[in-house]
Design a protein around this ligand. Structure first.
Ligand SMILES: [Zn+2]
Length: 65
């Protein structure tokens, strides 16, 4: 269970399959990375500045520019 009690989810973003893929040109582009531990198919959740895997708990920070 990820501990996210302290973090308030201010805005709810798109949910469902539409949030996993973005239609771009003639193909689909994946928006979320898949977990490198769990393998393809386990998408990581977007937490603003980082992605976390709900399966194994892996956290990967986004690159800020
Ligand atoms: Zn994982």
């Amino acid at each position: 269970m990820p501990k996210e009690g302290r973090e308030k989810t201010a805005k709810k973003k798109r949910s469902g399959i539409a949030s996993y893929y973005q239609i771009e040109g003639d193909g689909l582009k994946r928006l979320r990375p898949s977990c490198e531990r769990c393998g393809p198919g386990y998408f990581m959740a977007d937490h603003g500045n980082r992605f976390t895997c709900g399966h194994c708990g892996l956290t990967r920070y986004k690159e800020q520019s």
